[in-house]
Ligand binder design. Structure first.
Ligand code: 5AD
Ligand code: SF4
Length: 463
């Protein structure tokens, strides 16, 4: 007999990937995913607590499921992800309609935990963070239409303890997956039609450093091995901590065609005083040097970032330094956030909290300027012919086809026929839209340059 499973996912790509794993594990126990929570026999809410708002959303969704439990006492409600890890048993005490609270290291035990909750009606938490934790070998089950791009987790956890951040407290210390497991997963995905892979970790540059030296493969070495897998056209990765961005990684990026020239390099602040209080372990000068080195070896690279405004003690002068950094780096785009206190993170106890209205004003100013820079950069691309990997039709672009360049820029274009997601083609850019580009398929320029021709068999012959 099959049962219905409903999963709601908040937060980062790591959580997206964990939700897929949980769906697969419970699928093996006859739980089939359903579209809504009303008809579910088991609900999993995979939560995020990175910022105050994210956690709030999770709490309010969990609260709203009380009525479903009253209607169906057999329903098993599970909280996973970072709120689960952060709050543990307190969550069960606060919301009596919840059955299970399971932290990110414990999701592989989900089938057994859900069965026990159902059969014995026992409520439980599984939030141990073990220093001996290893990520189990796990091949995704691929049935039906497989997406052309996928995420592959290469490591979990974080050792950095930036003072604003909850992640080291919820995801534990860095644990790298075995390289052979990663390569097996990527090959398996490529065999099933996946053309683009994003390798995921909180700090991918320190991949492998937690493994014994004899069995160690560094991140650049891993990238080289992944890129060798045939039928993959593009390899991306995220996230990199600036302090660990090595010359070897920069070299690797320039040398390997399949590695996309896009670097997400979170700066967080342009002020040395704030960076020190954030415990980022680099200065503004160090950061700018890394940006210059990246651009020198890979001039077309698109650089994106994360920025926090209103960190405790951030003065107007500190903030001006961040604004100035925007001008110096000229990011393709930036995710920017108002600082929010996170329980467990050190900065929650820092003095000199910045008033909310100052944070809002700074964020608005920063975002307005970044929008201008982003669109100025898009404008410089008009007239170029670029490689685009087809994603699908875009509702936002009135049903036109949509794809992404290696730099991760979105390009919309009309096409006379059905295209295949994952297909590579060349598009001549004609105009910019708000956060994207519009172009036409470059019929007259079908040839790919030597760079990135690996997906040959999927390239439309456009002559
Ligand atoms: N407040 C605001 N933003 C935060 N981030 C992480 N923790 C906080 C916090 N307490 C941001 C950082 C990080 C991104 C994922 O979220 O910019 O890079
Ligand atoms: Fe992901 Fe960070 Fe949110 Fe945890 S807190 S789910 S690691 S974004």
């Amino acid at each position: 007999m099959s049962r219905n499973l409903y999963i709601e996912t908040f937060g980062c790509q790591m959580n997206e990937r964990d939700s897929e794993i949980m769906a697969q594990l419970l699928g093996e126990e006859s739980y089939l995913e359903t579209a809504g929570p009303e008809e579910a026999d088991c609900i999993v809410v995979n939560t995020c607590t990175i910022r105050g708002k994210a956690a709030q959303k999770a709490y309010s969704l969990l609260g709203s499921y009380k009525i479903l439990k009253e209607r169906n006492p057999e329903l098993v409600i599970v909280v996973t992800g970072c709120v689960a890890q952060q709050d543990g048993a307190a969550l069960l005490a606060r919301m009596p309609h919840l059955d299970l609270v399971v932290g990110p290291q414990n999701i592989y035990r989900l089938p057994e935990l859900v069965a026990a909750a159902r059969e014995k009606a026992a409520r439980a938490t599984a939030v141990e963070l073990s220093p001996a934790f290893t990520i189990p070998a796990f091949l995704p089950k691929l049935e039906g239409g497989v997406a052309h791009k996928r995420f592959v987790t290469i490591m979990q956890g974080c050792n950095n303890f930036c003072t604003y951040c909850v992640v080291p407290h919820t995801r534990g210390r860095e644990v790298s997956r075995r390289p052979e497991d990663i390569l097996a997963e990527v090959s398996h995905l490529a065999d099933h039609g996946v053309r683009e892979i994003t390798l995921l970790g909180q700090n991918v540059n320190s991949y492998g450093l937690d493994r014994p030296e004899t069995a160690r493969v560094t991140f650049p070495a891993l990238l080289r091995q992944v890129a060798e897998i045939e039928r993959l056209s593009r390899v991306r990765f995220t996230t990199s901590h600036p302090k660990d961005l090595s010359p070897e990684l920069i070299r690797t990026l320039a040398e390997i065609d399949k590695l996309c020239p896009h670097f997400h390099l979170p700066v967080q602040s342009g002020s040395d005083l704030v960076l020190a209080r954030m415990n980022r372990k680099y200065t503004r000068g160090d950061y700018l040097e890394k940006v210059a080195a990246l651009r020198q070896s890979c001039p077309e690279i698109a650089i994106t970032t994360d920025i926090i405004v209103g960190f405790p003690g951030e003065s107007e002068a500190d903030f001006e330094q961040t604004m100035e950094l925007l001008e110096l780096v000229r990011y393709d785009s930036a995710f920017s956030f108002k600082y929010s206190d996170r329980p467990l993170a050190a900065a929650a106890d820092f003095a000199d909290k910045v008033p909310e209205e100052h944070k809002s004003a700074r964020l608005a100013r920063l975002q307005a300027r970044q929008e201008e820079i982003s669109s100025e950069i898009l404008q410089t691309l008009i007239g170029q012919t670029v490689e685009v990997m087809v994603e699908g039709r875009s509702k936002a672009a009135g049903g036109q086809w949509s794809g992404r360049t290696p730099e991760n820029r979105i390009v919309n274009f009309p096409a006379p026929e059905e295209l295949q997601p994952g297909q590579l083609l060349r598009v001549k850019l004609e105009e910019t839209c708000r956060h994207s580009l519009r172009g036409v398929i470059a019929w007259s320029q079908p040839k790919l340059t030597a760079r990135r021709h690996q997906g040959q068999e999927t390239i439309l012959q456009l002559r």
